[in-house]
Every structure is written in C-alpha cells, then in structure tokens.
Design a protein around this ligand. Sequence first.
Ligand code: ATP
Ligand code: MG
Length: 432
Amino acid sequence: MAEEIQAVRGMNDLLPADISAWQFLEACTRELLGSYGYEEIRVPVVEHTELFKRAIGEHTDVVGKEMYTFTDRGGDSLTLRPEATAGIARALISNRLLRGQRHKLWCSGPMFRHEAPQAGRYRQFWQVDVEAVGWPGPDVDAELIALSARLWQRLGIEGLRLQINSLGTPECRREYRTRLIDYFSAHEGSLDADSQRRLTGNPLRILDSKNPEMQELIRGAPLLTESLDAESREHFAQLRAMLDGVGVAFEINPRLVRGLDYYNRTVFEWITQSTGAQNAVCSGGRYDGLIAQLGGEATPAIGFAMGIERLVTLLLAAGRSPPPSHPHVYVIVSGTRAGAEAVRLVEGLRSERPRLRIELNLGGGNFKAQFRRADKSGAPLALIIGDDEFARGVVAMKPLRQESGQSECPIVQLASGVDAALAALGPAAKPA
Ligand code: ATP
Ligand code: MG
C-alpha cells in the first residue's frame, strides 16, 4: 500500500459529525449581525506580505514569527492571512468605498498562524470578524460590545468575562513607551528572549507576554492609564457609562494591550476560564490610524474577531449543539420495476415538497438490509416502493420510531400522504 499522506500539523479537518455546532454558531451569528445592520464581505485568503507588515506591525508575534509567507511563481511575496482586519481595510481602500462613507461589515473564514499547536490553538483556525468603519465612538464601541454580549446569550454560552482598556492616542503611547523602556531596561536581566527582542522594537508587546515567568515583572510595570490624554479618558469614561447603561458587566484590565499594533483607545477581550491557557474567545479594539497607514483616507474604525474553534468547544461543553439533522423519510426499494422508477418518483416528491429531507436507498440490498439502513438514518418514516405496490399504484408507509402499522397511499397523492403520515407522528417528525 502507498504511504498515507498526513494532514498539515495544526490544520484540522472538520468532519460531518461535528458540523452541527459550527452551523448553529454561524447561523446565530449571521442572523444577529444582520439585525444590527452588518453586511457580509469576503476578502482573499492571500494578500501581499507588505499589507500585514504595515498593518499589524513588524514587532508583533504574528508578523515576526507566525506568518505563512511564500514567494509565488511571479516572484511576489505573499502571505496567508493571519487575521482579517487588514484585508478588509485594504478592500475598502482598493474598492474606493471610503470617501466619507460608513460601513458595518463582517467576514468569516480561516486564518493562518504558525504557532505551537495545542488545544484551542491551531495553525489554521476560523474567525468571525466584525468591523464598524467610519464612526469615532464611543457609541459604536458600546454597541459593538453589546452585540458580542448578546451573541453569547443567544448561543447559550455562559461564564465569559469582558475585559476592557484604553490604549489612548499614538502620542500618549509614545510617552508611555519611553516609561516602559526605562522600567524594563532597569530589569533587563529578568527579561526572556522574546521580551529582550521587543524591548527596543515595541516594549508594549512585553505586556502581552504569555510566559508565566514574566508575569511578576509585568505586574510591576507602569500603567498606560496613567499616561492617557484627556480626550481618550473621556471616550473611555463614556464607553464605561454606556456599558453600564445596557447592563454589560466588564472589568478594567489596565495591562490589556492586545497582540496587534494598530489598536488605539478602546480594546477589549472576552475570556473564559474553561479552555485552559487559551482563554480569549473574542478580542478587538479601535484602530483609527490603520486605514490612513495603509494609504486610505483617515477613517476611524473599530472591530473584533472571535475564535470559532474556541467558541464551538464552549458550545459543546454547554450541551448547546443541536443534534445532527436526520432525513424525514427513508425510501426502501424492492423489485425490478420499482428500482427503475424509484428515482423518478422520489424526484417528483422532492419537487412537490422542497423542505422534505428524503433519503433514497441507493445501491440495492435486500429488505432486511434496507430496513437496517432506514433505522440507522434516524428517519421517522419509511416509504416502501416494491413491484407489487407499483402494480397497484400505491406506496407503502411504515413508521420507524413508533409501533404503528404499515399503511398505503396512492402514488398520485404521495406528497399529501407523506404529509399526513409525518403529521401523525408528532411535531418532531414534521419538516420545518
Ligand atoms: P491569543 O492571545 O489566544 O493568542 P490573539 O490575541 O492572538 O489570541 P487575535 O489575533 O485577537 O487573538 O484573534 C482573535 C481571536 O481568534 C482570539 O480571541 C482567539 O479566540 C482566536 N485565535 C487567535 N489565535 C488562534 C489560534 N492560533 N487558534 C485558534 N484560535 C485562535
Ligand atoms: Mg496570539
């Protein structure tokens, strides 16, 4: 036998048995975002490497060591997207969609980061990304956060905690940067390799370190909140008041800096205790400078991304995943004539009843084998098409989950006969 080809490490297959939780989450999200006026946008999975370098920042983990970058056959440096905001901002600029216009957008799809794979951390993972472009806030900040809170509620996910912070303006960040460099330089001996690398490049990133040995030093670092400008302070105060007003509980985490460079003012993160170290399920913030930094006209914006694998894990743990859907009807076929006519008959029924899930027995098999498949399919009702029934112009119907007997229905009234038979089996058996 030829050697088996393995999947790429950190990149998962999503199998039919697990898909219903994903679909439930996607359907809930799509509906909620639509109700807030967000429109879907789909951007390429591959962009010029330069886009991410400029948007996310050279000193971030993502750009510094996690990107899947390659040279294509034309000699261009391209990168599999590690996140969606940069691509969406680029798309707004490329398609001339700014010009004073505002956009509420969302996007869903796989992202790629070369991280150490473990539970909740993969190299291909899915995000739903939500962006509000053109509003300076804080009202949009509050609404966006309220939207995320409402999503957890609709999904039935409990126990998530919201942390918020303000990163102020680039100017106050510059001042803060100097203070941080002073502080960490004084403790240079205690810095791990990553933090030493960041010390001169981007010392704020040190605060984002996940190394437990760095946490004590980080706890002693000066706080950005002490350097906030008056306007950012006011923006943050209004945001907090609005969140209080809608009853969304939050904690202020003055050390929340987020892993990407483009944020300013509002940043937030929803965290859970239940997925171990990988505790962020949704993270976002305001990025007023990004679009100008990418060559577009200065446009304020805020957005967040949620990690779908981590949310699905929570959904499953909460028992909130809907059961996989089964067919309403399983069609058993026996005999030469019936075999020849079954496809036509079933296609006719599908045309008449588009909502009915019908599984036609394919590939033959004796009665016993077909009934076994029918049982396994989970369908509440079997239709039996045999030569004898065919000759009499009828189809036999047999409930599979209840002890009631077989009945017959004229072929010319098949659709209404199936309706009645399913209705008699109770609401769970009927198509939506
Ligand atoms: P973390 O702190 O866990 O590394 P992050 O700050 O890098 O997360 P973002 O870039 O803000 O995360 O991405 C938004 C969300 O995407 C995260 O909150 C998380 O739920 C999810 N996410 C990020 N990286 C991964 C990954 N490698 N595998 C699975 N989900 C991820
Ligand atoms: Mg990360």
